[in-house]
Design a protein around this ligand. Structure first.
Ligand code: HEM
Length: 183
């Protein structure tokens, strides 16, 4: 554990993976009563009326776009859709306003019904990466363009050439051989 915690680049890679590829891309909440949701910045509706809150009625569904927030250019900058672990070295200030339970991200949601397994997930991801990436080389066994994502609650990969089959991601796995570059 101590060794894993000290690896700052591994930490940045895990954060960036969970930002860009949040396994749960969205969720829904249902309003328990008529209410007004406060907004940070007033907005103008299609009739030209300015609002500083969103009226909801009891029973309304409220869509929470986890992945869209994680990839928002307004928060993460123009390269928001790129995989860049280095961004975690200096976070944009606005990211600190994201109300996620972990990492300035919505990946594990926030509030009283946020994910209770997030610490376990982080350690597990780090331990797997630390062990597997140093021991093996991974390569896609199919063209990247053949890999699609489908989602019920959790996003999973499938093959566009084999859409009837269950989720799959064929990989070629080889033992890692360190090459010195010297002959
Ligand atoms: C990368 C892995 C994981 C991600 C991205 C994730 C994400 C989430 C999200 C977004 C929610 C809220 C869903 C909703 O209410 O609509 C949630 C809830 C929950 N998660 Fe996770 N989760 C992960 C792993 C785990 C693990 C490993 C556990 C258990 C060991 C776990 C246990 C739970 C439980 C019990 C809830 C329901 C909490 C409640 O409703 O009060 N999760 N998770």
């Amino acid at each position: 554990m101590d060794e894993l915690v000290e690896l700052s680049y591994l930490d940045a890679v895990v954060r960036e993976t969970l930002r860009l590829h949040a396994p749960v891309p969205s969720t829904v909440r249902v309003a328990m009563k008529d209410d007004i949701l406060p907004v940070d910045t007033p907005f103008t509706d299609k009739y030209g009326v300015v609002h500083d809150g969103i009226n909801v009625r009891k029973g309304d569904s409220i869509f929470i776009p986890i992945l869209a927030i994680n990839r928002s250019e307004a928060i993460w900058g123009t390269d928001a859709k790129e995989f860049n672990p280095d961004r975690w070295a200096s976070l944009p200030e606005v990211a600190s306003q994201v109300p996620g339970v972990w990492g300035h991200l919505m990946t594990f949601l926030g509030g009283p019904r946020a994910c209770i397994g997030y610490r376990f997930s982080l350690v597990e991801m780090k331990a797997l990466l630390f062990t597997l990436v140093r021991a093996f080389e991974f390569e896609l066994a199919v063209p990247a363009s053949d890999v699609g994502k489908r989602s019920t609650l959790v996003q999973r990969p499938f093959l566009r050439s084999d859409p009837e089959s269950k989720s799959q991601l064929p990989l070629l796995v080889k033992p890692y051989r360190k090459t010195s570059g010297l002959s």
